[in-house]
Design a protein around this ligand. Structure first.
Ligand code: CO8
Length: 257
């Protein structure tokens, strides 16, 4: 499959998607989002891929929605495009998405990063929702996911001033998992993705879904969901293999069944 705005590779069970519009800091136009989500869905169906790594380049993960594409469009045109429908499909991806981010992570870029399950950031990363400075507001989850991630006060400050925060501050607020030197962020994220790709695929997917339920459901319903996931995994071949391998003191060979 060849794409105009993303690059795709596979390494040791990890599907790597690189946003590739470097001249304009990986601004997210409609085609890039279509390509990205189509490839995420393709990788989700590919049994050889067990984790997904999403990255940009050292200077920019993504500096937001493509302002050129939005500047001239009317509200009705943008509504008719239904451009956020494609974003909703990202939350249906069942395999874990690891973000390796650096440089500008702004606007739609921050919203995309918040769709990753784990994020490794370089020290040079700046993260923000600057839409207010353009006279608009986030439209792909920025006011909702950021508030859930960093809490009401910090989200208000970021969204109402439009000022970005550093990677270190983002880590303090739990918005990214780890901050490492710019030379290391990609390899660190790849290492983590490969480690997850070694685990039992069904367990990984059920855990991902169950963790998301912690944000969406009341506790009693979420605990019920977790328990059903636990019972479901007991029926898997990988559960037998995992426990047998432990007893035999060997590395398990998980098949995803
Ligand atoms: N859209 C289009 N082009 C962009 C964008 C963008 N978001 N960001 C940067 N560029 C372009 C610049 O126009 C410039 O192009 P050119 O070389 O042709 O002039 C090139 O990238 C390099 O940028 P700069 O020269 O400005 O680089 P600097 O290092 O001086 O500044 C900044 C970098 C601070 C990141 C600056 O470019 C900037 O402020 N960019 C805009 C950031 C922004 O406001 N992002 C939010 C956009 S709105 C949004 O995301 C709404 C989300 C809605 C959901 C998403 C739906 C798809």
């Amino acid at each position: 499959m060849s794409y105009a705005y993303i690059k795709v590779a596979v390494e040791d069970g990890v599907g790597v998607i690189t946003l590739n519009r470097p001249k304009i800091l990986n601004a997210l136009n409609l085609q890039l989002m279509d390509e990205l989500v189509s490839e995420l869905e393709r990788m989700d169906q590919d049994a050889d891929i067990r984790a997904i790594l999403l990255t940009g380049n050292d200077k920019a993960f993504a500096a937001g929605a493509d302002i050129n594409e939005m500047a001239e469009a009317s509200a009705i045109e943008i509504m008719k495009r239904d451009q956020f429908a494609v974003w909703d499909r990202i939350s249906l991806i069942s395999k874990p998405i690891i973000g390796a981010v650096s440089g500008f992570v702004l606007g739609g870029g921050c919203e995309l990063m918040m769709n990753c399950d784990i994020v490794i950031a370089s020290e040079t990363t700046v993260i923000g929702q600057p839409e207010v400075k353009l006279g608009v507001m986030p439209g792909a989850g920025g006011t909702q996911r950021l508030t859930r991630a960093v809490g009401l006060q910090k989200a208000m400050e970021m969204l109402l001033t439009g000022e970005p925060i550093t990677a270190k501050e983002a880590a303090r607020y739990g918005l990214v998992n780890r901050v490492v030197p710019v030379e290391a962020y990609y390899q660190e994220a790849l290492k983590l993705a490969k480690q997850i790709a070694q685990q039992a695929p069904l367990a990984v997917q059920v855990i991902k879904k169950s963790v998301h339920k912690a944000q969406d459901l009341p506790l009693a319903d979420a605990l019920d969901y977790e328990r059903n996931g636990f019972y479901l995994l007991l029926a898997s071949d990988d559960r037998k293999e995992g426990m047998q391998a432990f007893l035999e003191k060997r590395t398990p060979r998980f098949t995803g069944n």
